[in-house]
Design a protein. Structure first.
Length: 148
């Protein structure tokens, strides 16, 4: 049997690609005598035909880095490429903003109920939910400015 055909059969038997099969160059005559799959299996048992080790990239260093990052290493200012805005989750930012504005509205209502009555508390509350206000200062200006 030709060396190429022997390699193909061995690859099928060992369940690897043809590139990972190694034929012993000293035993080419023995390989040429092989005719069947059983013969190839015999050559594999005799270690004339071998399976090469896989040449994959090691993940060892990557795993090491991952555990270090879980501890908080390698996360300094020099490693950051995105802005703070992009690095934080959008939903979390939205929740912080809305909660802060609602808290501020409650405080204003407690301190100055007349000002809140002038703008209608529930209307302002729904405007907070509708992302009308840029921040706390904008909200206080809106409420305090309406009473004048």
């Amino acid at each position: 049997m030709e060396a190429k055909k022997a390699k193909e059969l061995a690859a099928r038997i060992l369940k690897v690609g043809v590139g990972r099969i190694h034929l012993n160059p000293d035993a080419i005559a023995k390989i040429a005598e092989a005719m069947t799959k059983d013969d190839i299996r015999g050559l594999i048992a005799e270690r004339i035909i071998k399976k090469k080790p896989s040449a994959e990239q090691s993940r060892g260093r990557a795993r090491e880095l991952q555990t270090a990052r879980a501890k908080g290493r390698h996360r300094g200012k020099g490693k950051r490429s995105a802005t703070r805005k992009r690095r934080s989750e959008q939903k979390s930012r939205w929740m912080w903003k809305v909660r802060s504005l609602r808290r501020t509205l409650r405080e204003i209502k407690k301190e100055n109920p007349d000002a809140v009555k002038a703008v209608n508390y529930s209307a302002v509350y729904s405007r907070i939910n509708g992302n009308y206000f840029r921040g706390k200062r904008h909200l206080t200006e809106y409420v305090e400015g309406a009473k004048k």
